[in-house]
Ligand binder design. Structure first.
Ligand code: HEC
Ligand code: HEC
Ligand code: HEC
Length: 181
């Protein structure tokens, strides 16, 4: 047998890990994964709550106050849409992606901006670009309710035919504007 071959065989003869070692590795890895999953899930859900989205950051005070007066919070039937219902796309993977991307941007802005730099009008444009109509359709499943006005009927037909791409093309200032009263 040549020398290289012998070295290789020698390599295979290394003492195999004991059962105790294998069990330890399996148990530690599983526990690690469970803890990791738990923590990310908790932080994911906490950072998606209305409280986190608004109360933690001064730049969100105005949008939050407007939201409290909007038809999506103060609705006639008491049905409430949370910030994340509109601002995050449906689907777990999409949600994660949008949150990480938007979260990093928001965090950077939070530390860089002074209150006098807040440009809510500019933010409206970029926020609207990131809101997907699928998020609206999660709740507004029926676009043709019986009491819909003719204007709405025509608009929603145009949406169904793909002539108008987004709900927000027509429904601007949906939540974040000051209402009378
Ligand atoms: C029903 C859907 C909906 C809900 C619920 C909602 N938003 Fe919005 N948000 C929008 C839309 C649509 C825009 C884009 C501008 C517009 O059309 O008003 C927007 C824009 C914004 C903007 C950028 C404009 C600005 O004034 O700075 C911020 C910030 C914001 N939302 C934060 C929030 C927070 C915080 C909550 C929860 C307290 C919330 N939104 C709840 C739909 C929603
Ligand atoms: C979590 C569920 C939910 C989501 C998500 C949602 N809505 Fe609504 N929407 C409601 C409810 C509930 C009402 C109020 C019904 C009432 O009281 O008449 C409403 C009311 C409305 C109205 C009529 C009142 C008004 O303020 O003009 C429009 C238009 C509307 N939604 C559009 C949208 C659009 C566009 C989106 C996506 C950006 C959206 N909604 C996302 C539940 C939702
Ligand atoms: C081409 C314009 C257009 C598009 C796109 C559009 N809408 Fe509308 N929608 C209207 C008009 C016009 C009305 C009737 C006037 C009003 O209530 O604002 C209306 C009314 C509504 C209402 C109120 C119904 C009522 O009588 O209270 C809801 C809710 C609504 N739209 C949701 C949506 C959602 C969700 C989308 C996207 C999936 C969407 N709309 C896309 C034009 C549009």
């Amino acid at each position: 047998m040549d020398k290289n071959r012998a070295d290789i065989d020698e390599g295979f003869k290394r003492p195999s890990p004991s059962r105790v070692q294998i069990s330890a590795i399996v148990i530690l890895t599983t526990t690690g994964l469970i803890i990791f999953y738990g923590l990310t899930t908790i932080s994911f859900h906490y950072s998606s709550t209305n409280k986190f989205c608004s109360a933690q950051c001064h730049e969100m005070i105005e949008p939050y106050q407007q939201y409290l007066k909007s038809s999506h919070y103060d609705s006639s039937r008491g049905v409430v849409a949370d910030c994340a219902d509109c601002h995050l796309p449906p689907g777990e993977m999409n949600k994660w992606y949008a949150k990480v991307r938007q979260g990093m941007k928001d965090t950077i802005m939070h530390f860089l901006l002074r209150p006098e730099d807040f440009d809510h009008q500019k933010w409206k444009v970029s926020a609207a670009k990131n809101i997907r109509s699928e998020a609206c359709l999660k709740c507004h499943k029926n676009l043709f309710p019986s009491e819909l006005q003719r204007g709405g009927l025509l608009g929603h037909k145009a949406f169904k035919r793909g002539e108008v791409k987004s709900c927000l093309n027509c429904h601007q200032n949906l939540v974040h504007m000051w209402r009378e009263s």
